[in-house]
Design a protein around this ligand. Structure first.
Ligand SMILES: Nc1ncnc2c1ncn2[C@@H]1O[C@H](COP(=O)(O)OP(=O)(O)OP(=O)(O)O)[C@@H](O)[C@H]1O
Ligand SMILES: Nc1nc2c(c(=O)[nH]1)N=C(CO)CN2
Length: 153
């Protein structure tokens, strides 16, 4: 199945953390189909934190949504992610944005990602690699812009 993952980092060597996360995802059960450019983005939600670097990748995977989530969380742990405040700074964050047409609303995994369409740090890289995507809301991605300024590196 195809899925889109959102990567973000705003602590430490952001390029290192994004690069390590992408290469850690390129494993037996996950094939990376495409990667967006990296974008420097203004913090969303909690504003007084360092700017992020964000990227979106498209993958093909045989993993279930939950197993894919757990792989992402394992990579976050390995890259030293420490959860302090919600939406706070982190070395690396890997979110499941979209997984095929799956809609799930469990606390552990909500799909599509609940903030997908309101975050320009997600929409800009996603629009770059999937310009004809029809969003879960039914709107074409070319017509949907989230909040926040983004600057492609
Ligand atoms: N689509 C999803 N992708 C990633 N995590 C999810 C998703 N849906 C629910 N979660 C749950 O959200 C919990 C908190 O994740 P995390 O701390 O990364 O949130 P955040 O990245 O700070 O905020 P946000 O989820 O708004 O991006 C995780 O333990 C995970 O189980
Ligand atoms: N620019 C930007 N802002 C954020 C980000 C992020 O990845 N990029 N992640 C958050 C929590 O997931 C909260 N705010």
């Amino acid at each position: 199945m195809r899925a889109f993952l959102g990567l973000g980092s705003n602590l430490g060597d952001r390029a290192y953390y994004l690069g390590e996360a992408v290469s850690a995802l390129n494993r037996s059960s996950i094939t990376i189909l495409s990667k967006s450019r990296v974008y420097e983005t203004e913090p969303w939600g909690v504003l007084d934190q360092p700017p992020y670097w964000n990227q979106v990748i498209e993958v093909e995977t045989s993993l279930s949504p939950l197993d894919l989530l757990h792989v992402c969380q394992e990579i976050e742990q390995r890259l030293g992610r420490v959860r302090k405040e919600h939406w706070g700074s982190r070395t690396i964050d890997i979110d499941l944005l979209i997984y095929d047409n799956v809609v799930s609303a469990s606390k552990e995994l909500t799909l599509p990602h609940p903030y997908l369409e309101v975050r320009e740090f997600v929409m800009a890289p996603l629009r770059e690699i999937a310009p004809n995507l029809l969003l879960p809301s039914g709107r074409p991605i070319s017509q949907v812009f989230g909040e926040g300024k983004v600057y492609p590196l």
